[in-house]
Design a protein. Structure first.
Length: 256
């Protein structure tokens, strides 16, 4: 069980009981005290739990637990398999960018390659990849969005120009034949900046995003690979073939 699955399970426990001790968590998951402390720090910092001596308790706003838990575990198995396949693209000593998305975070939490230079604007990604001591981690600075735990704004865009990424991994809110969609204009600007400073770009997207649109869009320029869990609709696949974008399908337990 990885950290994301463990956090979801802890939140599920807190939905059913008001508090749980650190020792009990160590026993349930058969993990060390340090691992439990890291889990507790993430939940407390996000306002999803409150600390008490020896453990954590349910926050007053219980709905926040339910909302986060649902988002975290939605299509979690598919996202984990997509992220695992993406990890095969990496060799040690590469410079990579990890975008903000739940699928990309599964990659951040399960990196196998070592001695990486990892750049991100996600606090959670930075914390996950820094657990491997050989990685150099750069958390881009900017306006701090406490709700999503990311840093954003013009400062982040400017700092991207200091890097040359071997691979960048991005997510999306949707994809159609017309392009890749995002829910915020700033997010679409950020993706263009990432692509501009990357040798190769991989879009990690599960099939629930197929034929989904939102207000802001980028085209497929600079996208080299798409990893997903189901076959793209034929019309969308034809666009990928025409643009010479490699599409990789995964299923539970490995690549198709």
């Amino acid at each position: 069980m990885n950290q994301q699955e463990r956090l979801a399970k802890i939140l599920s426990i807190l939905e059913k009981q008001p508090k749980i001790s650190q020792k009990k968590l160590m026993s349930i998951f058969n993990i060390s005290k340090d691992s439990v402390r890291r889990d507790i720090v993430i939940l407390v910092e996000q306002g999803l739990a409150e600390r008490y001596p020896g453990g954590i308790s349910r926050p007053l706003l219980k709905a926040r637990i339910e909302n986060y838990s649902s988002r975290l575990i939605k299509r979690a198995r598919e996202k984990e398999e997509i992220a695992k396949e993406a990890g095969h693209l990496l060799d040690s000593q590469m410079t990579i960018y990890l975008d903000v998305s739940t699928t990309v975070h599964f990659l951040a939490a399960n990196l196998v390659a070592h001695d990486l230079v990892v750049v991100t604007n996600s606090m959670d990604n930075a914390l996950s990849v820094s657990q491997e001591g050989s990685n150099q981690v750069y958390l881009l600075g900017g306006f701090f969005n406490a709700k999503s735990r990311i840093l954003a704004g013009e400062a982040v865009l400017q700092q991207l120009n200091q890097f040359n990424f071997d691979w960048s991994f991005i997510g999306a809110a949707g994809i159609t034949e017309q392009g890749i969609y995002y829910s915020e204009l700033a997010d679409s600007h950020l993706k263009r900046g990432i692509i501009q400073n990357s040798q190769k770009v991989c879009l990690l997207i599960d099939s629930s995003k197929f034929n989904q649109q939102s207000a802001y869009k980028i085209d497929f320029t600079g996208i080299n690979k798409i990893i997903t869990d189901q076959a793209l609709p034929p019309s969308l696949m034809n666009v990928m073939i025409a643009k010479e974008i490699d599409v990789v399908l995964v299923k539970e337990g490995g690549k198709e």
